[in-house]
Design a binder for this molecule. Sequence first.
Ligand code: KIV
Ligand code: ZN
Length: 533
Amino acid sequence: MSAQQKVDKNKVVIFDTTMRDGEQSPGATMTTYEKIQVAQQLARLKADVIEAGFPISSPGDFEAVKLIAQQVHGPCVAGLCRTDFRDIDRAWEAVKYAERNRLHTFIATSEIHMKKKLGKTPKEVLKMAVEAVKHCREYTEDIEFSAEDATRSNPDFLCEIVEKTIAAGATTVNIPDTVGYTMPHEFRPMIKNIIKKVPNSGKAIFSVHCHNDLGLATANSAAALLAGARQVECTINGIGERAGNASLEEIVMAIRTRHDLLNLYTDVVTNEIYRTSRLVSRVTGIDVQPNKAIVGKNAFAHEAGIHQDGVLKDKRTYEIMDAESIGLHANSLVLGKHSGRHAFNDKLLDLGYELAHEDLNKAFYRFKELCDKKKEVSDWDIRSIIEDEIIAIPEIFHLESVNVMCGSRSKSTAMIEMVVEGKLVQEAAIGVGPVDAVYQCIRKITGEDVKLIDFSVKSVTGGIDAIGEVTVQIAGPKGHIISGRGASLDIVDSSARAYTTAINKMIYWRNAQNNNGGRASSKNDEAGRGKRK
Ligand code: KIV
Ligand code: ZN
């Protein structure tokens, strides 16, 4: 039976590469722990394939792919590999634990890539691709071959390599627009021609992988679907190398909303989209732009009076999709000082968070703290504290308290308390401003003299008593940028939380890269130089 026949001809396979291509966005470095959380959420979303990483690229990547293969159930887990046999063997070592696994091997096929990057002739590239697929075939039946930079490749050569790799055992053939160069009216006939010209095309599923350099990734992917492609490679929030990849939520909602036109469907549980978007934004530290299609803060907001009037009369006047269909609930104000644990838990369930007993206790405590300072607590506030408190990586340094003294005529002084290995540690420092003073204390306690690359603050809701969310980016080892986020009513406190999270994450990531599985241990084994209580 051909691969195309194995799935319904109208079904589009959603191949998520948030953890591989998405992680290639500057600053998007995720720890193994975070990747597992994202993978579990992608399983809830019912993505068909999760590309969990590029196992040969680092011990940390290998470990993450292996753990995802072992722990995440539902989606097929894919590992990326070049055509080199060592790459393939390493990828297999990581994905072999999955209930369903895939090897995804690739080589560039454009003149410029073959000549300048690989220093190979087309004949050599063809041989490497075929041998790689045959080698993959020794391990698994689910093999994807990608012709990197396909849209700038010679069409005849592209057809030849596609035909030969299918003959060698590739079950999915991917035609990437690696540099985001093509346009819908060029890409559609290109895909159509390949499918038509390649004699054994019926034996494979055709896939596309579009980058967004010209802002056309989603449009190009949709055009390819019209030409017969039945797998789309995409990322949550469209993150990825340079301008990013086609965004999963855009593709999925376009297929759903324009079913009348496309007559296609995906298995994605669309009301998990919003939660997935938030999680990815949080772990990568990459904010979603407010006007981003589907998941941006303004995507379902109506500003103009005429629009508001229309929507009040009938939502369909200006809304082509329901906010609820992506898991975004309209009700916003709700809980307060007198709300009990039950009501709080109901709210969490409503927002899609099912917390274990201990996490629920922590979240409830933060919620009560918030209610003492704020009269009405909105869904946005709750999301923010949950994500801050619960969806965090294991802490080596736990921030206990922050105190600052500052003013326009005096130097800022900060005093920090942290719990390190079960002991309370204190430090004080002077800085040019309150955040600087706090960061000096944190550096002293953690012993990590990290460079701050970026610092931004935004309010979660409107009003003077809004929660302030701080995102920081710090320079990690090997030139990686690591992010951290913190949320609190006090922005100095949020700043401290964000910086501490980034440092915890960096240590966790550094340990994973050094191949101790991400277990906690700080740079100086003393774990801090502060005064212990
Ligand atoms: O953009 C690209 O061509 C890729 C391939 C590895 C599929 O990411
Ligand atoms: Zn790519």
